[in-house]
Ligand binder design. Structure first.
Ligand code: HEM
Ligand SMILES: *[C@@H]1O[C@H](CO)[C@@H](O)[C@H](O)[C@H]1NC(C)=O
Ligand SMILES: *[C@@H]1O[C@H](CO)[C@@H](O)[C@H](O)[C@H]1NC(C)=O
Ligand SMILES: *[C@@H]1O[C@H](CO)[C@@H](O)[C@H](O)[C@H]1NC(C)=O
Ligand SMILES: *[C@@H]1O[C@H](CO)[C@@H](O)[C@H](O)[C@H]1NC(C)=O
Ligand SMILES: *[C@@H]1O[C@H](CO)[C@@H](O)[C@H](O)[C@H]1NC(C)=O
Length: 531
């Protein structure tokens, strides 16, 4: 009965939920962008996010003398997610993982380099496809992966929406008493009452609590003397540890049970500064772990991978009730990237792009055979160019194949290869190679084609999704810029349009055109001619 009621209300809640992604941006493109960031770690078409936490001990932040700083990016990213999420209010459906922390870096409770280091690193790759909050979720997942945790147990979703202002304060500090600490975690959805006393029950694994949250988080990283001299004093600061980092356990670059075992046995770091500080009021981890006579921490030490993955998943998926997250991202064995369309003066259409193969054991062939799909069924079959780029990452190796082919137009609707179908439309499309980004002048010119029959006397409108700096946070906000388009020429069955916009910045801009309700595929303006 209980589960029926639950399901019933969940369905209702879903039906009422608005999808608050940027208007005109398809979920599929958001999913493919996240998949790209997750899979393409090195080599051709790679994104430098995994490299920032490789190895787990790496510091990719922006403070001077980074090698001697005593900082660790993976730990910063995990702490960012915690501080962002824990001020959420699950009952009210507000806050959670929404990057509001960016507006809150000057609060004493958020002391440290971690907020701005994290945002400065991730801001260049923020776009209308992937919010800062989605990138934070990715950052936690890849940190878990690179620090030896059980990342495959954490489903990664997209669709988080960034806050446009600061949220409430309330991150527990080491000096916060245990009752308000537990209350803050409970408000964010991590209850203690669910779990204490049920240590061998399955619900333990499903109901993360403050106790193991802290233990999982504090398997990584350090307390820094420059942030918390009242906890660790000044003595840790040296010329090779400029921020005076004191690790929580003997393996600060491994997500593992070491810290929990050291706490329980009094060996190594004995639980770290938040257990052992000479300032007794700063012993927040001791108060948490000891609050149920060490029962939870003992279980956690024996099941770290499973429990910490469940915790991180819960943390990453605590989002405002207006957000509907996607299904979990899965690595795509076959994919089309950098898809381009061209048109001749006579109106014949060419498609171009890269096929990406993702593989582990068996290398794919040196060319890929693909078949064009049209409204009347399958069209002609062609071979891609020979393999021309390779990469690797968490999910295996990648091989890239360039292809370019003239299509029957109008009426070609996609291409299919190796059991994978990529859809496109030759009804309305941007012409990336004829469009231009001028980074000096900060202008973007869009050229696009639409079937004259679809245009039907109407007009085309362009849209640019421009990441812009905003006051109070290093995260970008997406400004939606409308671009007036004027007729350029008639090419066979198509009418070409042209539009020019001044923008505040040209990086990570996405473009789209539409005639009435008929929209083109969105295109990254990195595919445009650059000058
Ligand atoms: C009562 C709860 C908690 C308190 C009072 C607390 C307090 C602290 C303090 C004082 C630091 C040192 C920061 C610095 O000097 O740079 C720290 C670091 C850290 N915390 Fe927590 N924390 C709590 C819970 C959590 C949770 C739930 C997580 C994640 C799930 C977490 C993840 C981290 C990480 C990864 C670091 C290392 C950061 C770095 O090395 O830059 N903490 N925490
Ligand atoms: C402990 O830290 C608190 C908060 O910073 C500070 O007020 C207090 O003086 C410290 N106590 C000791 C014994 O250092
Ligand atoms: C819990 O473990 C800590 C660290 O080993 C120890 O100091 C404390 O006394 C234990 N608590 C109980 C109630 O046994
Ligand atoms: C088109 O070709 C693909 C791959 O060979 C095949 O799976 C699909 O069924 C074909 N579709 C039609 C409409 O013939
Ligand atoms: C591609 O188009 C076909 C036919 O309209 C549709 O069944 C399929 O779901 C589409 N695939 C994607 C990934 O959108
Ligand atoms: C972080 O950057 C924001 C935006 O530039 C700034 O307002 C804030 O003071 C910075 N915070 C810290 C701790 O440096």
């Amino acid at each position: 009965m209980k589960s029926f009621t639950h399901t019933f209300f969940s369905v209702l809640a879903l039906a009422c939920m608005t999808n608050a992604d940027f208007p005109g941006i398809d979920r599929e493109d958001m999913i493919e962008e996240m998949e790209h960031f997750l899979v393409d770690n090195t080599g051709t078409n790679s994104v430098p996010i995994v490299a920032a936490v490789s190895p787990c001990s790496n510091y990719a932040g922006f403070a001077s003398d980074p090698t001697n700083r005593g900082e660790q990016t993976s730990a910063q990213w995990v702490r960012f997610a915690f501080h962002d999420f824990v001020t959420g209010n699950v009952a009210a459906g507000t806050g959670g993982l929404d990057a509001s922390l960016g507006f809150e870096s000057d609060r004493p409770e958020n002391h440290g380099l971690f907020v701005n280091d994290t945002l400065e690193f991730l801001a260049p790759t923020q776009s209308a496809y992937l919010s800062m909050a989605d990138q934070i979720a990715l950052g936690v997942l890849v940190s878990v992966a690179q620090c030896g945790g059980n990342a495959k147990a954490i489903p990664l979703r997209v669709g988080r929406i960034d806050a446009s202002a600061a949220g409430p304060s309330g991150v527990p500090t080491p000096f916060t008493a245990i009752e308000p600490t537990l209350a803050q975690f409970a408000q964010a959805g991590m209850s203690q009452s669910d779990t204490i006393g049920l240590v061998y029950d399955l619900s333990f694994f499903l109901s993360p609590n403050a106790d193991f949250a802290s233990a999982c988080g504090h398997s990584l990283g350090r307390v820094h003397a420059v942030n918390f001299p009242d906890i660790v004093g000044d003595s840790p600061i040296t010329s090779t540890n400029l921020d005076g980092g004191v690790s929580f356990d003997s393996t600060p670059a491994a997500l593992d049970p070491t810290g929990m075992n050291e706490y329980l046995t009094g060996t190594g770091k004995a639980g770290g500064p938040l257990v052992t500080s000479s300032n007794v009021s700063a012993r927040s981890d001791f108060r948490l772990f000891n609050s149920d006579s060490n029962a939870t921490i003992t279980t956690l030490a024996a099941n770290t991978g499973q429990i910490c993955s469940g915790l991180f998943e819960k943390m990453l998926n605590t989002v405002p009730s207006t957000v509907s997250l996607s299904d979990p991202i899965t690595a795509m064995p076959w994919k089309v990237v950098d898809f381009n369309m061209h048109i001749s003066s006579g109106g014949s259409v060419r498609i171009e792009g890269l096929i990406r193969a993702l593989w582990t054991d068996t290398a794919p062939p040196n060319q890929i055979s693909y078949t064009l799909v049209s409204s009347s069924g399958n069209g002609s079959t062609h071979l891609s160019d020979a393999a021309s780029g390779t990469g690797s990452g968490l999910f295996g190796s990648t091989t890239y194949y360039h292809f370019v082919i003239a299509t029957d137009s109008p009426g070609t609707t996609g291409m299919t290869f190796e059991g994978f179908t990529y859809n496109f439309s030759d009804e309305i499309f941007i012409l990336p190679s004829q469009s231009t980004v001028k980074s000096g002048a900060n202008t973007i010119e869009i050229k696009a084609a639409v079937l004259t029959s679809t245009l039907n006397g109407g007009t085309m409108t362009g849209t640019l999704y421009v990441p812009e700096t905003q006051e109070g946070t290093l995260a970008k906000k997406i400004n939606i810029v409308t671009v007036p388009m004027t007729v350029l020429s008639t090419n066979g069955d198509y009418t070409l349009f042209d539009g020019l916009a001044s923008v505040s910045g040209v990086s990570s801009v996405i473009a789209k055109v539409a005639v009435g309700d008929t929209g083109s595929k969105t295109v990254k303006t990195t595919l445009f001619a650059q000058d």
